[in-house]
Write a protein that binds this ligand. Structure first.
Ligand code: PMP
Length: 429
């Protein structure tokens, strides 16, 4: 059993006071804090290796290339993707948003007839359908909504049940033989709900559609294996999994990456370029990595993956689930409504809630004054808020470093919100 007190001690940022109180960090769904090993990996890269990779005959460039490719391989092993040279399945991106936009842009080019002959499988046109869900973060919804607008395809979506879970039981009706792309979150960033992917992936493949997973909120909290999930593409960000900002990865099944046209153009992605004829692009993943990459961040992201692996994702999930059960007691506080599943096994420890009669920004400020960091607003997911009949919410989200004391600090603070604001007839003196 992993020692989570020892895990917590590896995060220097947590050892500080905010507004005169010990910091309680409950905003890991926005971005996770970084363990010393990740901080050291990033600064260590700049101290002893820093160089452009894949080019240059000098020793530092060679070391940088090895570190960069080793990090890609470490991450691939962590998420169940191929790490084999020549069969890589992870493309380096600037983050999940960048990966999803890359994909939607590439599908758009395929729809214009660009790319290898095999790219026709991604081509969209009028009458075709792109399917998402109402639980999506805007970084899934908007790129695919734009793709539909650009190609004349129609955007349709899965609706949600009362607890905000994607109605995957409706897969056979929502996904039709006109569906070409299905894009969906693995874990909702508002509801925390874990999507039952299997019926959706099965149905997508039955009709010949590609399945795109937003794995941003699952990879840091649950054991995730893209091969086992049988998804075609998946995007996630390093910064939510205890790695640096500015780096992320797009997974693609190897044969699909080979069929996909490039989305961005520039240095380090062509074999040959001429003035008077089209360029010949490199094989994946280089084809999708135009320009100088976030090398230091990717190297540190690889360390983050190994660091999580050394704790063990089953242990991480178990630790967070125990805390989540307690965090869900938020729903017992008068006037508090949780926007998501009430069962700790159906979700991760990202818990959005409404305090009846108190604006989320007031809640956030009151909680912050007690040294507790939560998020308020629509969390870049307006349609899911509309589903619950609210514009915005408060969101507490757990990471590996959180403790029962953190959860109790939040429960106590939230219990004080309505009395403090004089809502519900219990004004504090
Ligand atoms: N999808 C989900 C479910 C998310 O929570 C986020 C980040 N809030 C994103 C996508 C986008 O990630 P990033 O901002 O790191 O690109």
């Amino acid at each position: 059993m992993a020692d989570f007190e020892a895990v917590r001690r590896q995060f220097p940022i947590l050892d500080q006071q905010v507004h005169g109180r010990p910091l309680v960090y409950l905003d890991s769904a926005a971005t996770a804090q970084k363990p010393q090993a990740v901080i050291d990996a990033e600064s260590g890269f700049y101290e002893s290796i820093n160089a452009g990779v894949h080019r240059g005959a000098h020793e530092l460039a060679a070391r940088g290339t090895v570190a960069f490719e080793d990090a890609r391989a470490a991450m691939a092993r962590f998420v169940g993707a191929s790490a084999e040279e020549g069969h890589e399945e992870l493309v380096v991106t600037a983050g999940a948003t960048a990966g999803l936009n890359l994909l939607a842009t590439a599908f758009g080019y395929a729809s214009m007839g660009r790319g290898p002959a095999a790219a026709r499988r991604f081509a969209l046109g009028p009458g075709d359908e792109i399917v998402v869900s109402q639980a999506e973060h805007h970084s899934v919804l908007l790129p695919f909504q734009e793709l539909a607008a650009r190609t004349g395809a129609t955007l349709t979506w899965f609706s949600l049940d009362d607890e905000g879970r994607i109605r995957t039981d409706t897969a056979d009706e929502v996904i039709t033989d006109r569906t070409k792309v299905v894009a969906m979150t693995h874990v909702g960033n508002v509801t925390g709900a874990i999507t039952d992917l299997a019926p959706v992936v099965r149905r997508a493949h039955e009709v010949g559609a590609v399945f795109v997973l937003d794995a941003c909120q699952s990879v840091p909290h649950l054991p995730v294996d893209f091969h086992a999930l049988d998804v075609d593409f998946a995007a996630f960000s390093a910064h939510k999994m205890y790695g640096p900002t500015g780096a992320g990865f797009l997974y693609g099944r190897r044969e699909l990456l080979e069929a996909l046209p490039p989305a961005w153009f520039g240095g380090s992605m062509v074999e040959l370029a001429w003035m008077d004829k089209p360029a010949q692009y490199m094989d994946p993943p280089a084809r999708f990595e135009a320009g100088t990459q976030p090398v230091a961040q990717v190297v540190a992201a690889g360390v983050a993956a190994q660091w999580l692996q050394s704790i063990g994702m089953d242990a991480v999930a178990g630790h967070e689930q125990a805390l989540t059960s307690e965090l869900l007691r938020l729903g017992d506080i008068p006037g508090v409504r949780i926007l998501g599943p009430m069962s700790a096994t159906a979700r991760i420890g990202t818990v959005a809630f409404e305090v009846e009669g108190v604006h989320p920004h007031d809640v956030g400020q009151y909680i912050d004054a007690q040294g507790i960091a939560i998020r308020v607003g629509h969390h870049c997911a307006q349609p899911v808020h509309r589903h619950f009949g609210v514009y915005a919410s408060n969101r507490a989200s757990l990471g590996v470093y959180n403790t029962m004391d953190d959860v109790h600090a939040l429960l106590d603070a939230v219990a004080g919100v309505r009395p403090f604001f004089g809502v519900g007839g219990t004004r504090a003196e």
